[in-house]
Design a binder for this molecule. Structure first.
Ligand SMILES: *[C@@H]1O[C@H](CO)[C@@H](O)[C@H](O)[C@H]1NC(C)=O
Ligand SMILES: *[C@@H]1O[C@H](CO)[C@@H](O)[C@H](O)[C@H]1NC(C)=O
Ligand SMILES: *[C@@H]1O[C@H](CO)[C@@H](O)[C@H](O)[C@H]1NC(C)=O
Length: 574
């Protein structure tokens, strides 16, 4: 359910905006490994050739470097973390840190994973969407923003408001009976501004731990989708074969904008609208701070403890024919782009990375006294004087022209005061639908059997096992989040078998993992693995942090079973 839950958030996040394109579809661009391509102070758009002001987490092709030519991502990448071999683009956002409330020391929050939704919004059948040309640089968000934006709702179309509000934080929770943000938040000021429509979302960091069944805290960013595609024959070079005037929309402000009622300005072309979801493993810090104290411990790598300055960057490295084919011919809905016809996926187990060009201690193992880049952190959350923290951050020098960083203005429309938890609050449905439907399924009289499905010849059910909630504590680590489409035990086992693994596990109804052994894990009652599979409701695919584990009983597999037994002995003897 990883994918459909995300799709749900994505779909609802966009529908928080009033305008919705009447036609078109979307696909999800997934990344093949949980790890990022690189984490470091690299930003070839804002700080080419030098250390960026703050740490970013980057995904995509390994042509990524401190400075990049237009063709570099596409032509110089020999691998990519995207599932599609044709996508060597780079996608990045600021990294997240945890500041210990007592010691004030900083620890890197583990990058969990990232999805990028590609929306193909058409206002009518003739509406043309073009592939990103290699080298197109897109960015949004305002790294200098420390005061609340005018609205806690996303605004990504000018028909919904004069000021674009392209970023927010998601914080799904198990118990949504109390407000996600400070109770006294009026939607304009205060300590994290909760969306009045989407109760698991808001601008700024939340006042609660994000313990949702399906995810920890996640960054959500909508990129602009209208690009001034003007050309000039005198600009034609090998690095810009079409002679585009505005591949660099950071230097050329205003050449990349948001649409109005889905329509781009004259002279602009419509490109896919990207929606980034970046998940951070915030859950492991849950016991180290106390919510509801008007202070929260997370800080963006640029020193922002408010979360308002979330931003994102993109440099196109698509094989444009592959992307245009997806735009024109693929209608997979919330399924992945690699289920589109005519595309090539990376083989299972592909890994891709880049060396951090700015080697330094990123605080992944030992707490730091200062953020990398020495970005100062104001002491109070949400009330930092505007600009106080931005001075030392090179990327804050020039916020996007298309994005007004207006602070709360008195002319802002008053937020509607739907009581939290009321039926008006459709966001509750959005945020909890997955868990609600999972438990509904579990409780229904037609509950599927939780004692294993008949999956494949030679494979059998080994039981329900506890999974870890970080990339390093996952118990099946051969392939994590294998991309098998709508997950069932049958297709997960088939996938893992084909990839040469002897064990497969499904989780939360929609996740598939492969491996050859179960690292540290506890066996659970089968009732803990009772979530119906997304791809086959007659089977159960694990549960919350629990895996339905299958193993191959063929000779090679006996080793795995031995492993499992040895492991169980170890667990039982603890
Ligand atoms: C991208 O790179 C590939 C491989 O080097 C090349 O064949 C292709 O022409 C490049 N450009 C585009 C737009 O796909
Ligand atoms: C990057 O990939 C190389 C080659 O597979 C590997 O040796 C190296 O350990 C990886 N580095 C990181 C930081 O994952
Ligand atoms: C900016 O960072 C440098 C170190 O990179 C530090 O020495 C300096 O004091 C900082 N300046 C400000 C204005 O914070």
């Amino acid at each position: 359910m990883h994918f459909s839950r995300s799709a749900l958030l994505g779909a609802f996040a966009t529908s928080a905006s009033a305008f919705e394109a009447p036609m078109g579809t979307f696909s999800v661009n997934h990344f093949i490994q949980a790890d990022a391509l690189v984490i470091g102070r690299m930003d070839p758009i804002v700080s080419p050739g030098v250390a960026s002001g703050h740490v970013h987490a980057v995904q995509g092709g390994n042509g990524f470097a401190l400075s990049m030519t237009n063709q570099q991502a596409n032509s110089s990448s020999t691998c990519t973390t995207a599932y599609l071999t044709g996508d060597k683009s780079n996608y990045w956002t600021p990294a997240l840190y945890f500041q210990d409330p007592t010691t004030k020391k900083l620890e890197a929050v583990e990058f969990d994973y990232m999805n990028v939704y590609y929306f193909f919004d058409k206002v009518d059948a003739d509406d043309k969407i073009i592939a990103f040309p290699p080298g197109l640089r897109i960015l949004t968000g305002d790294p200098s923003l420390r005061s609340p934006p005018v609205t806690p709702e996303l605004i990504t179309d000018y028909s919904d408001g004069p000021v674009i509000q392209p970023v927010q934080w998601g914080c799904p929770r198990v118990d949504t009976s109390t407000p996600l943000y400070e109770a006294d938040s009026d939607g304009l000021h205060g300590y994290g501004i909760g969306s009045k429509v989407m109760l698991a979302q808001g601008v700024g960091f939340s006042d609660k731990n994000c313990d949702g069944l399906y995810s920890p805290m996640l960054a959500e960013i909508t990129m602009p989708s209208c690009w001034n595609s003007a050309t000039d024959p005198s600009l034609v070079t090998a690095d810009n074969p079409q002679g585009y005037k505005y591949l660099d929309t950071f230097t050329n402000k205003g050449t990349m904008v948001y649409p109005t009622k889905g329509v781009c300005p004259t002279g602009f072309s419509k490109v896919p609208r990207m929606f980034y979801e970046v998940y951070w493993q915030t859950t492991k810090f849950a016991s180290r701070w106390t919510p509801g104290q008007k202070s929260q411990p997370f800080v963006l790598a640029n020193g922002d403890p408010t979360g308002y300055s979330l931003h994102a960057d993109f440099i196109a490295g698509w094989d444009t024919e592959v992307l245009q084919n997806i735009i024109d011919n693929c209608n997979t809905g919330d399924r992945a782009t690699d289920t589109c016809p005519g595309v090539t996926s990376n083989p299972a187990g592909t890994k891709c990375n880049v060396t951090n060009a700015i080697p330094e201690d990123l605080g992944t193992t030992t707490p730091l006294d200062q953020l990398p880049g020495n970005n100062p952190i104001p002491t109070a959350w949400g009330i930092a004087p505007s600009g106080a923290t931005a001075a030392n951050d090179s990327s804050s020098a020039a916020p996007m022209a298309t994005f007004s960083s207006a602070a709360a203005s008195s002319s802002a429309p008053a937020p509607t005061s739907a009581p939290i938890g009321s039926s008006l609050a459709v966001g509750v449905v959005a945020a909890t639908a997955s868990s609600a439907s999972a438990s509904t399924i579990t409780a229904s009289s037609s509950s599927p059997s939780t004692t294993g499905s008949s999956v494949a010849s030679g494979w059998s059910y080994s039981g329900c096992y506890q999974d870890g909630n970080t990339a390093s504590t996952r118990v099946l680590t051969g392939i994590t989040f294998a991309n098998v489409g709508a997950v069932s035990n049958t297709n997960c086992v088939a996938y893992c078998a084909q990839a040469g693994y002897s064990m497969a596990g499904t989780e939360y109804g929609g996740q598939c993992f492969c491996g050859n052994s179960l690292s540290t894990s506890t066996k659970l009652a089968d009732s803990s693995c009772a979530t119906a599979c997304e791809g086959d409701a007659s089977q159960t695919c694990g549960g919350s942090w629990s895996l339905s584990v299958y193993s191959n009983a063929a000779p090679k597999v006996k080793r795995a079973e031995g492993h499992l037994r040895r492991h169980l002995q170890r667990v039982n003897s603890v």
